[in-house]
Design a protein around this ligand. Sequence first.
Ligand code: PEP
Length: 255
Amino acid sequence: MSETKKAPARPVVLGNWKMNGLRADGLKLAGELAERAARLTGTLGVFPPATLLAGVASRLAGTGIVVGGQDAHFEEGGAFTGSISPAMLKDAGAGAVILGHSERRHGLGEDDALVQKKAAASLKAGLLVTLCIGETEAEYDAGRTIEVLERQVAGSLPARATAANLVVAYEPVWAIGTGRTPSTDKIGTVHARLRAMLEERLEDGADMALLYGGSVKPGNAAEIMALPNVDGVLIGGACLEAESFWRIYTAGGGA
Ligand code: PEP
């Protein structure tokens, strides 16, 4: 997907497959989504493992479903064993990329400066960036959520970010894959503060899609996406099954 001129249509529902799926599983899941996606009114995106990108992108071609990578290097190419550049993602059929996921920030030691470099390179390549931010449980318990998010926004949002080329996903680290979520009041409060931060930094911060992520399921998706300043969701576990992913999408008003 080349760089879009408008912010992605709402709801924005993105599924991060993480390190799951062999070729047959990935193509089956993509096929089941393609069957449901006759007419998309919002934005639906899948982020398969790099090994499945080309196959999934070709299976989903023409459906309107966005396909993206789960990470990208900040360099265009060279001696970076195991890494994939934004141009390579595009070449495989990706139009988007997730950056700064907590499993990379906390699991692999990625810091804000590195995430920002990756985001800048991905924007330059014309990818739609989903920038993940979120506090750890210790930071949440210490009442430091907003301070942490302010630091992450300041440190990892790239200079060229606009509502058309970047989406922010608030994912409390302690809510990812745990079945626990903040109360809807808390999600609403955090998203209101994030909206203010984006408006302060960006001309079109009011239009930038702000997603919530962390243990979203078909059963809680509607109330979360009904909150002001929640423009969609980023899904892990519940996106690995087409019906539950689709139910989340329709719960947010997409179809
Ligand atoms: C995630 O990993 O981004 C995520 C939101 O996972 P889950 O939905 O499984 O909590």
